[in-house]
Design a protein around this ligand. Structure first.
Ligand code: C2E
Ligand code: MG
Ligand code: MG
Length: 729
């Protein structure tokens, strides 16, 4: 039978590798047990008596112990007690010769798992062993599963709490039953604040309808999950970092309904919902920022061209409905580029901000003011019935901007040119209206700036002509299309040539000889004037050198200097270079600078001009009388010559003395300056100037500006006094 049992492979395979401890003081019984269990794949350890058993238990773990009770050294009960004490959970089958029920009870109470009487039925014993091992295996597996569950629960809790998103569950009534730790960081609430509260306490009032919809809708399967964007309330009592100190944050919420499965799919019971809310506030802010940037000018915060077009479109639709007129004004600051380049962009920006603010003050609530770019602004005046109204507002704007602006310790004067058109008279399309007002604005510029011009049918955009002119100007230098003309400066007393004013002319390949009026403004605006001005200086010096070489008397050449030139960093060097190139006497060169230009950056100009004056270069104030004409700056700059503007000279008549001209001449004499009267056209003017003892004259009366060879011819006439009534035939 023993063999039978041993040969049973089903048993053999059941619990291989189980470690079994056999304890009995009787070696024969031990041997019998070993034989019974051999071949079942167990790892068998024997202990002859309790003491050996304790030693074995101390050494290693067993899956089962077969324990005799009555043993001479340490008995079975003591072994059981030892196991209990050490909390060893190895199952013990007591195999005892004591057949009494009491012994069994004591053994079981002492922690034995089972009790088998000796002599044992081998099959019975084997069944008990298998049963015990099976239970032990099950218990072990359960323990492992429980452990894994606990571990997994721990991991999940960790993941849920360290999730950057807010995770929650709600019960069927919509009350929070769980919230992860993030709720504190994100919204400033503690979990305790919210657990048991309805979700509505967290939702922005305006988002409630959407929230109710998503939380209450009972969804299953494919429609089980839904997403919505919501604003959640931050805890107002919580102090948080400043950047987070907002009342609401925007979340993207995904919610899923939870159902109790009753086995019948028509009878599922809604038990609540769970979800994840992702903080998208930063993305939202970025989106809002992008939206803002798309429609606003970042410097002034005013609407940009896109938003202006939008507003105009709406206003046009409205004006069509109610039959009212509307007007579009395009405004462009005059000479802003020069101001910007000379004062620096920081000041330029400040100026634009000031301009924006002043423009706003001229407008009503419903008007739109936009910055289209650079120094171009646009105004939309909805519901403006009459032309006079447009004129009135334009006047208001021009006046408002004409007041000086204080920019970083500097007083700056700006003016603005305005183009206007109205709807429906001039059209009813957004882009057409803007373009027409822009064309009108350019017309206003060419007509002398600081004015309003209405769009007129057929008006051509000077803009494209201007762009073309700019390109041609850039090419003109390389193609050698510029020439210098020379207009004599006449000594009043001796009627002899003391020098020439150098005047720029452009031999345009198609348009013929152009005077500065045709191109100098564009050259200034675009900066091309700087290389042109340098060319003029070089060319004038070369001319002087050439005349000197041909033995002509030494004269003074007066060269006009533009704002851009004077403000360029190496102005002084460039002037001195051109003089030194031909080893000229610096006194032969005079620079003509207008009053307004001098005033623009007094400090820096004073330094530059002083350096030039120190080298001997003469300085003349051009168009004197049209600007500030103050003693203060006359004393500040190293000036040699005052050129009285021709508008004053032309006031002089036979019986018409000009108080301004006499004042300027008097002032010049007092300051020991050379005073030149420009634009002398009549003998009466000449006589009046001579009587006032003006130093020099210049004008058509003596000569128009001449090409170089004509000027040379005049010089060659040498000391012969000029016939005032036509030196030039
Ligand atoms: P400006 O410096 O006041 O030059 C005098 C202008 O008066 C010249 O005009 C001259 O032709 C004109 N003129 C001379 N005599 C008479 C007269 O009797 N009656 C009248 N009505 N006009 C007279 P232009 O040559 O057309 O030059 C105009 C302005 O262009 C100049 O005014 C000057 O500011 C500027 N300009 C001329 N050449 C240059 C240059 O090389 N560089 C710069 N930056 N500006 C220049
Ligand atoms: Mg001049
Ligand atoms: Mg002048």
């Amino acid at each position: 039978m023993l063999t039978d049992v041993r040969g049973n492979t089903e048993f053999n395979q059941l619990f291989p590798q189980s470690r079994v401890l056999l304890v009995d003081d009787d070696p024969l019984i031990l041997e019998g047990l070993v034989r019974l269990l051999e071949g079942r794949g167990y790892d068998i350890v024997t202990a002859q008596g309790g003491r050996e058993a304790l030693a074995a238990i101390g050494r290693q773990q067993f899956d089962i112990i077969l324990l005799d009770l009555a043993m001479p050294d340490v008995d079975g009960t003591a072994v059981l007690a030892f196991l209990n004490e050490r909390e060893v959970d190895t199952p013990v089958i007591v195999v005892s010769g004591n057949a009494s029920i009491d012994a069994a009870i004591v053994a079981l109470r002492s922690g034995a798992t089972d009790f088998v009487r000796k002599p044992y039925e081998p099959e019975e014993l084997l069944r008990r062993i298998d049963h015990t091992l099976a239970r032990r295996r099950l218990e072990k597996e359960n323990g492992l599963i429980l452990q894994r569950l606990q571990q997994s629960e721990k991991w999940h809790r960790f993941l849920v709490n360290s999730s950057p998103d807010l995770i929650y569950t709600l019960d069927a009534e919509g009350r929070f039953t769980f919230l992860n730790d993030r709720v504190g960081d994100l919204l400033g609430w503690s979990k305790e604040d919210l657990l048991g509260q309805p979700y509505t306490v967290l939702i922005h009032e305006e988002d409630l309808p959407g929230a109710v919809h998503i939380f209450n809708e009972r969804r299953t399967n494919a429609r089980q999950q839904k997403q919505i964007e919501l604003r959640l309330k931050c805890n107002p009592g919580q102090r948080r970092p400043r950047a987070m100190n907002v009342r609401y944050r925007t979340f993207e919420l995904k919610a899923t309904g939870m159902y109790e499965d009753s086995g019948n799919r028509f009878e599922t019971r809604f038990i609540g919902s769970y979800g994840v809310a992702k903080d998208v506030s930063e993305r939202k802010q970025a989106e809002e920022m992008i939206h803002y940037q798309t429609y606003h000018d970042l410097l002034t915060g005013l609407p940009n061209r896109a938003l202006f077009r939008d507003h105009l479109g709406l206003a046009l639709a409205q004006s069509k409905r109610n039959g009212q007129n509307l007007a579009v004004l395009i405004l462009d600051l005059d000479h802003f580029k020069v101001i910007n380049d000379s004062l620096g962009h920081g000041s330029g920006d400040e100026l634009l901000l000031n301009v924006g603010a002043r423009l706003r003050q001229c407008l009503r609530e419903g008007d739109t003011l936009a910055r289209l770019g650079g120094d171009e602004f646009a105004v939309l005046l909805p519901a403006l019935p009459m032309r006079q109204d447009i004129e009135r507002i334009a006047r208001k704007i021009i006046d408002a901007l004409s007041r000086p602006m204080q920019i970083r310790d500097q007083e700056i004067y700006v003016s603005v040119s305005i183009g206007a058109c109205s709807s429906p008279d001039d059209g009813d399309m957004v882009d057409t209206l803007i373009r027409q007002a822009e064309i009108a604005m350019y017309q206003a510029k060419t007509q002398g700036r600081s004015r309003l011009q209405f769009w007129l049918a057929g008006m051509q955009a000077p803009y494209s002509a201007r762009i073309q002119l700019e390109a041609e100007l850039r090419r003109a230098l390389a193609r050698n299309e510029f020439v210098l003309f020379f207009q004599p400066l006449i000594d009043c007393a001796r009627l002899r040539i003391t020098g020439f004013e150098v005047l720029l002319r452009w031999w345009h390949p198609e348009r013929g000889l152009l005077t500065p009026a045709d191109f100098i403004a564009v050259a200034e605006d675009t900066g091309v004037i700087v290389p042109i001005g340098e060319w003029v200086l070089r060319q004038a010096s070369e001319q002087l050198a050439e005349w000197r070489k041909s033995g002509l008397p030494a004269v003074r050449l007066s060269v006009n200097i533009s704002a851009r030139q004077l403000e360029s960093a190496d102005f002084v060097e460039s002037v001195l270079r051109s003089v030194e190139l031909h080893a000229l006497d610096c006194q032969c060169l005079e620079l003509e600078i207008t009053e307004s230009l001098l005033m623009r950056d007094m400090e820096s100009n004073a330094v530059k001009l002083s350096r030039l004056a120190a080298a001997g270069v003469q300085i003349a104030i051009d168009d004197f009388g049209t600007g500030y004409s103050s003693f203060k700056y006359l004393s500040k700059f190293p000036i040699h010559t005052l050129k009285i503007d021709q508008s004053f000279v032309q006031e002089l008549g036979p019986d018409r003395p000009s108080p301004i001209v006499s004042a300027i001449v008097g002032m010049g004499q007092g300051l020991r300056l050379n005073v030149v009267a420009e634009g002398v056209e009549t003998v009466a003017q000449q006589e009046a100037l001579t009587a006032l003892r003006c130093s020099e004259m210049q004008g058509f009366l003596f000569s128009a500006p001449l090409p170089d060879w004509e000027a040379a011819r005049l010089l060659r006439q040498g000391d012969e006094p000029l016939d005032s009534l036509g030196a030039i035939a």
